[in-house]
Write a protein that binds this ligand. Structure first.
Ligand code: NAD
Ligand code: UDP
Ligand code: UDP
Length: 322
């Protein structure tokens, strides 16, 4: 029997790739999204699939459906989007988690939470293992996201301890790839779009802060492996690529791979911007047999191809509209 799988935030960047992979394996997929940052275009190629259903719904409201597994990805992920309406961001993480956990409890579904490396805040331990409790500002501009996700983790573990809901918590580190929103302000999409347009590459601060970038296909594989584990495996488990780069190194790689003439432009560092971030993925290796396989330059090439096509199509449309 095939599984019925709910993906909240399924019309977003990571969610759309996940829906694709689940359908390819024969699952029935219910994609739920309020289209805040996700788009129908991200799943347009799945709409004709007989096992795919798209539903507009906000997870801060209750949802009554019958499913076997739930991937809870609904939440804006880029700072400009999650800071646009910070109260709604916390509600999405917290009320969304309560509703999806209530649903999982009623239908006895397994439920996976897309948590984040942001739970570690500006980390005092490097690289970050799951046992590190984090260094998070509770009242800053990033707190709606960070604390919302931390509270969601608390709820997941309390539903597990109190109600034996079968939970899986993935702490996702910076992930990139095709279908990132071109204007969502995250660094990989920003740099690529700027390079392709020949605009200045915007480096915040001195560009010496680091991030570790995971290609979306690797990440989705990790999420699916985590969901497939036995009930005793709850996480939290880090999923990310340990390859760590400064923003300057990322900018140089993007300029080289696009052959762009763009110059670097240095802008102020946003408040509470973490200085460094690198996942310790020993637990994912041991419990899931998982490790990322796509090196940064390879993943960047595929992402550049996507944005190149997107921008060319946009230019073609603009010309046609003239
Ligand atoms: P995204 O913004 O592309 O996707 C989020 C999706 O959730 C969008 O389709 C959006 O419309 C939807 N959504 C937002 N609020 C909603 C609500 N109240 N009800 C229903 N749908 C709602 O971002 P993404 O990068 O695909 O992130 C997916 C998940 O993974 C998020 O939970 C995010 O926090 C987590 N995550 C992502 C990264 C990353 O680097 N991409 C890192 C850590 C964690
Ligand atoms: N919920 C839902 N779908 C369901 C079951 C519950 O959206 O199929 C929501 C419901 O609105 C509730 C929340 O999940 O507020 C938490 O449910 P739970 O059963 O844990 O708590 P209670 O209903 O007792 O508040
Ligand atoms: N960043 C940057 N230029 C940009 C966008 C982001 O230098 O145009 C920096 C940002 O300050 C941060 C890093 O890149 O240090 C990653 O930012 P992103 O928003 O992608 O992810 P997060 O900070 O949530 O890890």
């Amino acid at each position: 029997m095939h599984k019925r799988v709910l993906v909240t935030g399924g019309a977003g960047f990571i969610g759309s790739h996940l829906c694709e992979r689940l359908l390819a394996r024969g699952d029935e997929v219910l994609c739920v999204d309020n289209f805040f940052t996700g788009t129908r275009a991200n799943v347009a190629h799945l709409l004709g699939h007989p096992m795919f259903e798209l539903m507009r719904h906000d997870v801060t409201f209750p949802l009554y459906v019958e499913v076997d597994e739930i991937y809870n990805l609904a939440c804006p992920a880029s700072p400009i989007h999650y800071q646009f309406d910070p109260v709604q961001t916390t509600k999405t993480s917290v009320h969304g988690a309560i509703n999806m956990l209530g649903l999982a409890k009623r239908v006895r579904a397994k439920i996976l939470q897309a948590s984040t490396s942001e739970v570690y805040g500006d980390p005092g331990v490097h690289p970050q293992p799951e046992g590190y409790w984090g260094n998070v500002n509770p009242i800053g501009p990033r707190s709606c996201y960070d604390e919302g996700k931390r509270c969601a983790e608390t709820l997941f573990f309390d539903y597990w301890r109190q109600h034996r809901v079968r939970i899986k918590v993935a702490r996702i580190f910076n992930t990139y790839g095709p279908r990132m929103h071109p204007n969502d302000g995250r660094v990989v999409s920003n740099f690529i779009v700027q390079a392709l347009k020949g605009e200045p590459i915007t480096i915040y601060g001195e560009g010496l802060q680091t991030r570790s970038f995971c290609f979306v296909d690797d990440l989705v594989e990790g999420l699916m492996r985590l969901m497939a584990t036995e009930d005793a495996v709850t996480g939290p488990v880090n999923l990310g690529n340990p390859g760590e780069f400064t923003m300057l190194q990322l900018a140089e790689a993007v300029i080289e791979l696009t052959g762009s003439a763009s110059q670097l432009q240095f802008l102020p560092l946003p408040q509470d911007d973490p200085r460094q971030r690198q996942p310790d993925i020993a637990k994912a290796a041991a419990e899931l047999g998982w490790a990322p396989t796509v090196p940064l330059r390879e993943g960047l090439k595929r992402t550049i191809d996507y944005f190149d096509a997107l921008l060319s199509a946009g230019r073609a449309q603009a010309i046609a509209a003239d």
